[in-house]
Design a protein around this ligand. Structure first.
Ligand SMILES: [Zn+2]
Ligand SMILES: [Zn+2]
Length: 388
């Protein structure tokens, strides 16, 4: 086993170096879709199709249909049959061109990709990898994450967060032969950001900028949809205490789309749950009353007195509540959980940041939600480390 680990380590060092050299990432697209057949169209320019004993050009209007077979995949072109292959690279001749990818089996939405596409045979299905420049990938993630209606300053915030995440997680899938997947496991990526918005302008003005901590390490730039008025310390939700993920009072997300929610259940059901799950003393009238009428002044880790050891996170997960920021009231045998916010509550509050971006700069917003961090150019990190 140690030998195996050594080789994985060696491969990862090699690949990281390779991928960093020109800032190109390998993203697994339609990850875990077990694709059996896919149609690929070049859009706007000529592409080269490279495989074993194969090197041909396809022009706009041509197509490639790739179908998984036993032990390989079959590549058909518009005018000719390219035979069976196990790996293929569809390489752009012009950097601004696009490939339209349409999975036909199983059917998925078509998406457009910049850069190159690699196809690899696996037992489960076709593995599609997008070789894409870091900045283009970040733009795609920002569009998938934030939509197209935000203002420029907000896109700068989200771009710096997504870029920092990509670089700090660059080895997340390295043993599978790529950097990041296109699902929430890493960051959602639906290909090139093509909609009209300020995304490209914002990313151009903050190109290469990342967040590092006081040891010049990329930070865990976690975020959530809406904090409900107060963000959490990292240890209030997860185990470790991280010095830049500190609780903040945040009134600017109030009345944004994910601000408030309620959840109602019968009082007996609520008390029965607390008794069964946490051995809560429901037969004590005062404790039972408090469990049905709880109005914390600030949010934290525990429900009621910390001595009862009832994490609000467990309550959230068990009842699928939108957040851990809630109070409890009882009326006529019904307990209503009245909550604000959406998400885990640690780090940056997206809707708060959106509201702030009307007046504040991306730098002020990032420094508000992440304490003691620095916004630096990713290419300067090694330099700063040397002279630290
Ligand atoms: Zn992933
Ligand atoms: Zn907030």
């Amino acid at each position: 086993m140690p030998r195996m680990k050594f080789y994985i380590c060696l491969i990862s060092v090699f690949l990281t170096h390779l991928l960093w050299a020109d800032d190109t990432l390998l993203i697994s697209i339609y990850n875990r879709s077990s694709l059996q057949q896919v149609l690929i169209n070049p859009d706007g320019a000529v592409y080269t199709v490279e495989g074993k004993d194969l090197n041909v050009s396809i022009a706009p209007g041509d197509w490639l249909r790739i179908t998984k077979k036993e032990g390989a995949f079959h590549v058909q072109g518009a005018k000719q049959d390219f035979g069976l292959h196990r790996t293929l690279r569809i390489r752009a001749s012009v950097s601004s061109s696009l490939l339209k990818v349409l999975p036909e089996n199983p059917k998925k939405l078509e998406q457009w990709y910049g850069g190159n596409i690699r196809v690899e045979y696996t037992l489960k299905g076709l593995k599609l990898l997008n070789e894409v420049a870091l900045e283009e990938y970040v733009a795609g993630v920002v569009q998938a994450e934030s939509g197209v209606d935000q203002n420029k300053e907000y896109y700068k915030v989200q771009g710096i967060i997504c870029r920092t995440f990509a670089l700090s997680n660059i080895n997340k899938h390295i043993t599978e032969g790529f950097n990041l997947c296109d699902q929430t496991h890493c960051q959602v990526y639906h290909g090139k950001a093509r909609a009209k918005s300020y995304i490209h302008e914002a990313l151009g003005e903050t190109q290469g900028k990342v967040l590092v901590d006081s040891n010049l390490r990329f930070i865990e730039a976690v975020f959530h949809s809406n904090c409900g008025g107060q963000t959490l310390n990292s240890e209030d939700y997860w185990r470790g205490s991280i010095n830049y993920l500190r609780s903040k009072l945040d009134s600017l997300c109030e009345n944004m789309p994910h601000w408030s929610w309620t959840f109602a259940l019968e009082s007996d059901q609520w008390l029965g749950y607390l008794k069964q799950k946490f051995n809560f003393p429901i037969h004590d009238t005062i404790h039972a009353y408090n469990a049905k009428n709880w109005h914390p002044q600030y949010r934290g880790k525990w429900f009621l007195n910390p001595g009862f050891r009832i994490p609000v996170r467990t309550i959230r997960e068990d009842w699928r509540l939108r957040s851990t920021n809630f109070s409890v009231v009882e009326k006529d045998g019904i307990v209503t959980i009245i909550g604000t916010g959406f998400g885990h509550g640690v780090g940056l509050c997206q809707e708060g940041a959106m509201a702030r971006s009307d007046k504040e700069s991306f730098s002020d917003i990032l420094h508000f939600y992440y304490e003691n961090v620095y916004i630096v150019d990713k290419n300067r990190v090694a330099f700063y480390k040397k002279y630290k």
